[in-house]
Design a protein around this ligand. Sequence first.
Ligand SMILES: Cc1cc2nc3c(=O)[nH]c(=O)nc-3n(C[C@H](O)[C@H](O)[C@H](O)COP(=O)(O)OP(=O)(O)OC[C@H]3O[C@@H](n4cnc5c(N)ncnc54)[C@H](O)[C@@H]3O)c2cc1C
Ligand code: FES
Ligand code: FES
Length: 496
Amino acid sequence: MSFKARPKAVRDAVRFRFRGADVALRQFLPRATVLDWLREDVGAKGTKEGCAEGDCGACTVVLARLKAGRLTHEPFNACILLLGQLDGAELITIEDLVSGGELHPLQQAMVEAHASQCGFCTPGIVMSLFAAYHSERPVTYAGLCDQLAGNLCRCTGYRPIIAAALEACAGEPADRFAATSEERAAALAALADDSDVFVGDEAVFFAAPASLDSLAALYARFPDATLVSGATDVGLWITKQLRDLKRVIWLGRVAGLDAVGESADGAVSLGATLSLEDATPSLGAIHPDLTELLRRFGSKQVRASGTVGGNIANGSPIGDLAPALIALGGRVVLRKGERTRALPLEDFFIAYGKQDRGPGEFVLAVEAPRLAPHQRYCAFKVSKRFDEDISAVMLAVRVDLDGRRVLGARIACGGMAATPKRAENAERALAGANLDQPASWRAARAALSQDFTPLTDMRATAAYRSAVAANILEKALVEVSGAGAPTRIGMLHAAE
Ligand SMILES: Cc1cc2nc3c(=O)[nH]c(=O)nc-3n(C[C@H](O)[C@H](O)[C@H](O)COP(=O)(O)OP(=O)(O)OC[C@H]3O[C@@H](n4cnc5c(N)ncnc54)[C@H](O)[C@@H]3O)c2cc1C
Ligand code: FES
Ligand code: FES
């Protein structure tokens, strides 16, 4: 099977490191998950299944990967991670932590702090903490709260768990993984190649093209294939909707598709497969509200896997990045075959479940303009919980100023309509307002009700959504005017 007119090497196996050895898998269903493989094929039952939808963290495993030559350790939800996504990584599970009959320092600290009762969550919690153990120092209380946002413990409570982690992570990592980090990095480097991967046949396959040209050619040939980036949405189609995906094209091997760069007009360009975790520094450099937003996007596990492109391409009316980037004046860049086009992000979302993306076309990058000196920006996520929750309402606003006069504004909302959408009436009402005269911006608040007719669902009532969106817009304007200091829930969290 060659992907392109000019054929190059195609590998017929997915390869990864597991328990000190290379594994090559030539036969597996494209929809197979890492959790199913571990529990059913390997018989490694330490990794648990709780929710099977990425929420509880019972299934947390760690993937070690080389990123820019550095060995990284990140937690993933094995229940919604496709087996093929392991290609090129080292898979570490709870069974691997004991060394020479001795518990890992984290496990020992958990025992001593009485940090486990029924124990069901414990393997997942230890694996999330294992990723923190191998992260940069210092490991802080606030950092650990964030690390555990995607791990649900119903019995013990987090106090002794965090106490155990603080104790174990006080010094530099000193386990057998740290002692062998050079050999492990060399083994991963030896796995790396630039082959396209194709496992299966034309009817049922897991493919992982290695270049943009290979991807474009393969997707043009199989436009009905399911593109998978981080699988934090697609994984749930498998575990919850029981969809039997026959043709899967995973984007995670495409060289350069996760690059951060700059567009011709100076906007920050985020490659489609850039993980939400890795996108955070670039977006946070545009405005700190984007750091806060991304910290509250799912959990560490979801952000390690989920991608910028997946969050836009899924067309979700409650996706967090779309309104945040629409307000900035963001663009989406698409590619089909040899042809590339860019369009304003708001124009990509046509109707519920319908985006401006043709057969065989894929998201190449998302561009986020930087703020000019005369522009102000605020983004707010309102959800029932601080951590790991989908927005009931997401509102972002960019205000362009001439001194104290509002020249114009871009206001975008999620959760208020069938698509992420601009509030054009409110934007018009705001133009010409004076920041020193609150009465002049109140019309924008009122105009929001002409822009949106939100729904009532399990996250919020229509009335709540309308009221909260108007309140947030007013809060944003109070902040921009300087009459009130910015306040975000995360500020309290970080101060703990
Ligand atoms: C527990 C949990 C918490 C979550 N919390 C949040 C949250 O707080 N905020 C939020 O917005 N979302 C949240 N999500 C949803 C999801 O994580 C995000 O939408 C994520 O960004 C999807 O990215 P992905 O790479 O995993 O997409 P995938 O699951 O790989 O793909 C999603 C869709 O996009 C398509 N696709 C992917 N990449 C491309 C591409 N390059 N070109 C064309 N099509 C493509 C796929 O075919 C699929 O239709 C959460 C999900 C879970 C499971
Ligand atoms: S089983 Fe709950 S996150 Fe995987
Ligand atoms: S110890 Fe029982 S769920 Fe955490």
